[in-house]
Design a protein around this ligand. Sequence first.
Ligand code: 13P
Length: 249
Amino acid sequence: MIRPVIAGNWKMNKTVAESVAFAVRLLAAYDTAPGPEVIIAPPFTALQAVAEAIRGSFIALCAQNLHEAEKGAYTGEISGGMLREAGCTAVIIGHSERRTLFGEGDDRINRKLQAALTTGLKPIFCIGESLRQREEDETETVIAHQLKEGLNNLTADDIVRLAIAYEPVWAIGTGKTASPEQAERVHRFIREWIAGRYGPECAATLAILYGGSVTPANIAGLMAQPDINGGLIGGASLDVDSFIRIIGN
Ligand code: 13P
């Protein structure tokens, strides 16, 4: 049984004060921890303040990116160790916005995954096809390639420490969600690919999250699919009531 995961990726949204206010309201909504694992990914500037607000609670703190080096002359970058120190236990890696807007390729993403694991951060490894790739029937080829290259040199012991997020690029921020069946087909493909390479036990415990225009209205249908174990939510995670409804699906 895989524990469901609901993760909010705030992207470049929310000030420190807004981030802390969100965390405080989210905590106040629960007397006991909810069923799913709850993760929030504020911008870098808010991480430490949010870490203090949620210390000892059920909420896990996640960064949206890291640099693969431990330290050094990398102006503007943040290392895994710095994220740990700020209170993070997880990090999003390979988001399509990083791939397309900031030129991150599979090789770079692979190095970031290894750096996250070495530092003790749980990576949420994002993969997904573009609209053109889907229309040209290349979805599985693209996904297999992203998995093969991104997970290069990782062992089954590494795989059990990460989550994978399937985020079809055409569904991100567009209001066009993949149907539960469309998403399930790709999730099953991902799980079978992992089983083929790392063994069935490893695949059976892997949380595979769906991301792309998830809302309180469509989360339940997605979560009802056997290979969808959670959501990586952008826009609908910015409003605390909407996020709470998604957690409760
Ligand atoms: P939206 O939920 O806004 O489509 O964003 C999805 C996403 O990119 C989460 O990482």
